[in-house]
Ligand binder design. Structure first.
Ligand SMILES: Cc1cc2nc3c(=O)[nH]c(=O)nc-3n(C[C@H](O)[C@H](O)[C@H](O)COP(=O)(O)O)c2cc1C
Length: 201
């Protein structure tokens, strides 16, 4: 079957991409508005893009009415944010922050998620995330304007908070201890508890 994406309805393109690009890690992002309220939201269009300098990227798409999501509005005003990695045990708290709430409401307070001060930036971080990256905005790449157009947010990682029991040999991350949650499509997720060791390495 061939599918022409130049004429495809955007919901169908969404299903095609999110069903094919799997599994995806989830960036659980905390940002801050000018009043100091914390906004939390998950984004699975997420990856690392450079390690010298260390830069990671995620992409909030515009809402169906073409307006920007709160995370983008916040980062445009206060160009700092924290990206947390999501472990399997954080599935439900993470999902609870994907629902729209009125702009400016402190999301963590509403969802009973415990925040602590970051070390180098203003937005707070989630205490129970096993890995948190404090980031400073590098740039926002607007893919297009209008409904569901992406805003690729690139952030330079300036500080990492990593649970001590995740660290192997002083610098490697123990993926078993991290127990990362992967995003599939629809309501499905996966874990990485069954791993494959390549004999060629
Ligand atoms: C696991 C998961 C992954 C998501 N990934 C994305 C994504 O990559 N891009 C996006 O725009 N929305 C994504 N969403 C939806 C946003 O989290 C949701 O629109 C949220 O309300 C945005 O919050 P904000 O307006 O506070 O920024 C995802 C939701 C879930 C549960």
């Amino acid at each position: 079957m061939e599918i022409d994406l130049t004429t495809l309805e955007s919901r169908h393109a969404h299903d095609l991409l999110t069903g094919s690009i799997i599994p995806r890690p989830i960036a659980w992002v905390s940002s801050m508005n000018e009043n100091g309220d914390t906004n939390l939201a998950p984004f699975s269009f997420f990856t690392g893009v450079s390690w010298n300098p260390p830069v990671i990227a995620f992409s909030p798409v515009n809402r169906p009415d073409g307006t920007r999501k709160d995370t983008v509005i916040n980062i445009e005003k206060i160009p700092e944010f924290v990206v947390h990695m999501v472990s399997v045990d954080l599935l439900h708290p993470m999902e609870s922050t994907a629902k729209s709430i009125p702009y400016g409401k402190d999301e963590a307070e509403l969802k009973d998620i415990h925040l602590v001060e970051s070390t180098t930036i203003r937005p707070k971080r989630i205490q129970h995330a096993k890995i948190a990256f404090e980031c400073i905005l590098e740039k926002i790449v607007r893919i297009s304007e209008g409904p569901e157009a992406g805003n690729l947010i690139l952030g330079r990682v300036v500080m990492a908070h990593i649970d001590d029991d995740l660290i192997l040999n002083d610098r490697e991350i123990n993926s078993k201890a991290l127990d990362p949650l992967g995003r599939l499509s629809g309501k499905f997720y996966c874990h990485t508890r069954a791993t494959i060791e390549s004999e060629k390495n």
